[in-house]
Structure formats: C-alpha cells, structure tokens
Design a protein around this ligand. Sequence first.
Ligand SMILES: [Zn+2]
Length: 255
Amino acid sequence: MLNFKNTTIAYIAILLLLMVGSLFFYFSGWVFCYVIISYLIIIIFGSFWMKFRFFVPTFTANKITNKPYVALTFDDGPHPVYTEQVLVLLRKYQIRATFFCIGKNIERYPDIFKKIVEEGHTIGNHSYSHKNTIGFNGTKCWINELEQTDTLIESFGVKKPAYFRPPFGVTSPHLAKAISFTSHTVIGWSIRPYDTSIKHKWAILRHIKRKLKPGSVVLLHDTHARIPFILERLLLFLHENNYKAVTINRLLDEK
Ligand SMILES: [Zn+2]
C-alpha cells in the first residue's frame, strides 16, 4: 500500500542503492535530485488528497454498500444565518446529517449549536481555529485543536465526537500522530462540489448529481447564501431517485 511509511522506506532504499551504485558506476548528481524531488511531490500530493489515505486512514465513502445511502455533511458552522436555514430544510424532509463544527464558532453561536444537537444530527470535530496555516501544526498543536473542540462539544451534554474532518482536507505526519492519540476517525468525502467558491448554484447541483452513487459522502458548507437553494433541490433529487440521506455513523456501519 502506498502510504507515508512505505514510500519513505522505499525512497531511502533507492537512495542507498544509488549511493552504493555510485561507488562502481557514474551517476549524475541530477539522478539524486530527481529522486528527492519525486519524493517531495508524492508527499505534497499525499497531504492534499485525502482519498490517497497517505498519512492517516480516512473514510471517504462506503464502497461496499448496495443500499442507496448517502451522507450529507456540512462543514465550518455553526453560522449565525445559514445553519438554521439548513436545519429547517433537513427537518422538512426528515433528514439527519453530519455537521463538522469549528470550536470557535460553537463558542460564538452556542444557541445555534444547541439546535443542531437537539435536532438529532451527528456532530463532528473540525478543529478549534480552522486557521489557514493549520496544516503546518505540530503534533501538540493538533492535539490542542482537537481536545479543545471535543471539550467544548461535551460541555453541551454531547458525548465526545468520534469523527474529525481536517480543515481544507490537509493531512500530515503530525496530524496522524495526534489522531492516534485522540482516537478520532478521520472523515473525508467522495463528492466535493466547491460550494463555497463556485457561485453558480446549478453547476454545484449538476456536479453532485453526476457523481452521486450509493455510499457517497457529500461535502457542503452551512456558511453561505447559496446553500438553502442547493440543499432543497438536492433533497428533492434524493427523494425522487430513492436515495436515503443518513449520518456518517450510519453510512460507516452499513455493510
Ligand atoms: Zn472547513
């Protein structure tokens, strides 16, 4: 399996072989440069692509279920305006979803967070700060991010979240160490329609509909004005096509 440990061992072996080989044959210094550059490219690719599961085991979809279950997930809330609109729609269509909440937003909007909990949705940890440089955190900083948010969520009478979604989907060896300490299950996605950056609502919907299949995990955000429009049409589409939207825990348990 191509992961950080196996890749690093393989590249160290290649470099050692080249060094031994250079005692008997001539190798240009560029050969060593190419090997190191290709290693760095794999590391960068592994950091940004969660499906790769390069640094940490990650659940991105249920590929073995034959039931038409899909999981809708909402990141970055609670939001003072749009989270409640999302909750109204989920209640209207009797859907349970998963909310990956940011700790500092829970502190800022506790009443909205309480509503997510009261409506029976699954809560996931999405870090405390969600800062742009979070991917460069050391292990200790990651543990602080995770534990601070867990403690905050538990203070609302919710049990410690079992799931964590890394901000921006960026993983690293430090995060992997932190996760092995905190024991969260890392959750990615199989459908990312870039709903925060693409302004065209129908283009976002088309992207989701085209990629949707049993076991899919859809990444959405309850933080922007387009989400009520997109969500209502998506819920209608799921209903008309006999899909059932479930929480991450339910999708993970499906065989
Ligand atoms: Zn996020």
